[in-house]
Ligand binder design. Structure first.
Ligand SMILES: [Zn+2]
Ligand SMILES: [Zn+2]
Length: 170
């Protein structure tokens, strides 16, 4: 698990080094939310930033975390609360200086990588029980297909023998 506060402070320093000064951040919080990667909040002039726990995992590239932190920190610069001209200008400057790819929104694949996003997708496979038949049927998806779940109601379409499951991740 990456240390959010350490990365938060590092990103602030890097912004300061190129002349960008976000307002003081009262708190960096780890969030379980699945609906956003990062979120800046402003309450009575006090700024805080929440970052999704997923981005702090050890196998997630550091760049994904920093990119999200930069995105939110830029919202904490005066005049940058919305994704408008000044926010865009500064995000392009950070992209250029630190080889980032800050956008209004970054997809899961961009931030987490293909493998991570696919981790919940399984392959469901059944084979024919007739040793002389090489019937094999599979499907990738999040849920068991009907013919996998209720295998007793289905038969091999080649030889009409019974089928058996051979696991969910082949
Ligand atoms: Zn934003
Ligand atoms: Zn068969």
């Amino acid at each position: 698990m990456k240390n959010l506060i350490k990365y938060g402070n590092e990103c602030i320093k890097e912004l300061n080094a190129i002349g960008i000064y976000p307002n003081e951040i009262s708190e960096f919080k780890i969030s379980n939310a699945k609906s956003y990667w990062g979120q800046a909040r402003r309450r009575n002039g006090v700024y805080s930033i929440k970052i999704s726990k997923d981005l702090l995992e050890d196998n997630i590239p550091e760049k994904s975390l920093k990119q999200t932190l930069f995105h939110e920190l830029l919202h904490c610069v005066d005049g940058c609360w919305e994704h408008k001209n000044k926010w865009k200008e500064l995000s392009e400057l950070v992209n250029d200086c630190y080889a980032m790819n800050i956008k209004r929104t970054n997809s899961s694949v961009e931030l987490l990588g293909e493998n991570k996003v696919d981790k919940d997708i399984k392959t469901f496979t059944v084979v024919c029980t007739n040793p002389d038949c090489n019937g094999k049927y599979s499907k990738r998806g999040y849920r068991q297909p009907k013919w996998y779940k209720h295998i007793e109601n289905y038969q091999c379409s080649k030889c009409h023998s019974k089928l058996k499951r051979i696991g969910t991740d082949l």
